[in-house]
Design a binder for this molecule. Structure first.
Ligand code: FE2
Ligand code: FE2
Length: 177
């Protein structure tokens, strides 16, 4: 069962997410997308969960704006398909930092496994804009830039919230003993 953070609906089972699920079912069923579960991304959030968050909220916003919701859902799930732990993987000589090079790696991996439409390509490769200098070409690419940052902020907040809760609990226990 997969759920975007902050959403009540299981993407596989809910009638509310049926269209979304139809758009990304083949990706969710694939080994390569599931491989992202192995890598931590923002604190306790895995790369898979982050990508699901971006995909789902990207889909909702693009649908609301009358944009290409299918591309939004698919590019969201593939935008960070770089498949390594960026905390522990050493940068080779001459390589750009992770933040600048991973969109291209994600795009190459995505294209090796799936058909990626031109609009989706732009969304994946420009999602770190303005860090990646080239201007996004489509409205959907600007949406993913915003949703990626929104999702990262949400994931970090959830992590800090849990941390504070557990610290407060420890303080209470210490006082009670
Ligand atoms: Fe990214
Ligand atoms: Fe991301």
């Amino acid at each position: 069962m997969s759920k975007a953070m902050g959403s009540r609906y299981s993407v596989e089972d809910s009638v509310k997410t049926k269209e979304y699920f139809d758009f990304v079912k083949d990706l969710l069923d694939s080994d390569v997308v599931n491989e992202m579960k192995k890598y931590r991304h923002h604190y306790s959030t895995t790369c898979f969960q982050h990508s699901l968050n971006v995909s789902y909220y990207n889909y909702l916003v693009c649908r609301k704006l009358g944009l290409d919701a299918r591309s939004a859902a698919r590019a969201g799930l593939l935008h960070d398909l770089f498949l390594y732990d960026w905390r522990t993987t050493e940068r080779k000589k001459g390589e750009k930092p992770h933040g600048m090079r991973h969109p291209q790696i994600a795009l190459e991996n995505a294209k090796a496994h799936f058909d990626v439409a031109k609009r989706e390509e732009d969304m994946i490769v420009k999602h770190m804009w303005p860090l990646t200098v080239k201007l996004p070409k489509y409205a959907e690419s600007y949406v993913i830039v915003a949703i990626d940052k929104y999702s990262a902020a949400m994931e970090i907040s959830v992590h800090l919230g849990r941390l504070m809760k557990s610290k407060a609990q420890k303080i209470r226990q210490r006082k009670a003993s």
